[in-house]
Design a protein around this ligand. Structure first.
Ligand SMILES: Cc1ncc(COP(=O)(O)O)c(C=O)c1O
Length: 350
């Protein structure tokens, strides 16, 4: 049955092993991010056989189902209302709100546990974290007074929202925060979690400041790419996850629609380039599975567009037939959608 997502377990494992080996050579521990594949059981089995230190996911429901002996980390800062489950199913969570941290403390007290937190700082990317110029010392003081919370470390996340690329200058702001907290309270912060796959170019150039001792990696493991510039990482697989979709209509038709043009099915005004007659293939997959802007077609095919159930390609004349499959490499957004859509089947290859 198609469409199908081919999952190459060996390639995924090799990606993890290659990058983990490298990060460990530089003295960094690694959190593997499992949310892009919804903590799929077969993939978690692979992760369990590798040296990654922790498994991180943004959904508590995923952490609940993950079977592992590795510590589990809640990656998205918790909702106050899910505090009990956070303490139940994660040993560690990323946090930025003292009100929520106090709630975690209360729930941890009920469960006779100590919950570890990583306090997040926003260095300018403008997503989660205490803004680095704010006075965070009173918050840290409050945290240190909580009996069932351990301030395990600090962290930052870049590139995911504002597109800010990690640099020595930006990361130095985190170093200042680390130093100030450690000096003010005479403590040593165990974990300094300096970023995600966008920090890898700095690591490869040996420019990642050495006060950082942890990275949280998702995309580079699944797609073999760093995310600061989107380039392939040498010796890693970009095709551990591949989409297969089937041609359901194949006809020569004009490239320019006929009649007055309004909006498409998604309310967008679409523009077309008239290239005369072309061979158009319709594939049995659409936005209910994935938005076509996240698909990377074979080099001789061009994606023309997609609706909820149809993906339309311009293909070479006389090369394909009805029932043929076309394979696509994926962007991160593509993999996320395909893993999340209930209409997709997965085929695992050892
Ligand atoms: C807080 C946080 N850290 C790390 C990651 C992993 O990012 P990437 O997939 O670019 O490695 C994400 C995104 O999934 C995230 O939200």
């Amino acid at each position: 049955m198609k469409p199908k997502l081919h999952v190459y377990l060996k390639k995924y494992k090799e990606n993890i092993e290659y990058l983990t080996h490298l990060t460990k050579m530089y003295g960094l521990s690694v959190m593997l991010v499992s949310k892009v594949f919804c903590a799929d059981e077969r993939l978690i089995e692979v992760v369990n056989k590798t040296d990654v230190d922790m498994i991180a996911d943004s959904k508590i429901s995923n952490l609940e189902k993950i079977q592992t002996s590795k510590p589990k980390v809640l990656l998205r800062i918790p909702q106050k209302t899910e505090a009990l489950d956070v303490v139940k199913y994660a040993e560690i969570s990323l946090n930025s709100e003292i009100e929520v941290i106090k709630e975690l403390n209360e729930k941890a007290r009920c469960l006779f546990k100590k919950h570890k937190i990583i306090l997040m700082f926003d260095l300018g990317d403008l997503r989660e974290g205490i803004y680095y110029t704010f006075d965070y010392i009173p918050i840290v003081k409050d945290i240190l007074a909580l009996e069932h919370i351990e301030l395990y470390g600090i962290g930052t996340n870049l590139t995911c929202y504002g597109g800010v690329i990690p640099s020595t200058e930006t990361l130095h702001k985190l170093k200042d925060i680390k130093d100030k907290i450690e000096q003010t309270f005479s403590i040593k912060l165990e974990l300094i979690s300096g970023g995600n796959s966008s920090a890898l170019p700095m690591l490869f150039k040996e420019e990642l400041p050495n006060f950082i001792n942890n990275l949280r990696i998702g995309e580079a493991f699944v797609l073999g790419r760093e995310t600061a510039y989107g380039t392939a990482i040498p010796n890693m697989h970009e095709d551990a996850f591949v989409l297969e979709a089937e041609i359901i209509e194949l006809k020569d038709k004009p490239s320019y629609p006929e009649g007055e043009l309004g909006m498409d099915a998604f309310g967008q005004k679409v523009s077309f380039i008239d290239q005369g007659m072309i061979t158009r293939a319709i594939l049995g997959i659409g936005r209910q599975e994935v938005d076509c802007k996240h698909l990377i077609p074979p080099s001789d095919c061009e994606i023309l567009g997609c609706s909820s159930d149809h993906l339309i390609l311009s293909v070479p004349k006389d090369k394909y037939h009805i029932g043929d499959s076309i394979m696509f490499k994926l962007t991160y957004g593509g993999l996320l959608s395909l893993m999340t859509s209930p209409y997709m089947r997965r085929e695992y290859h050892e």
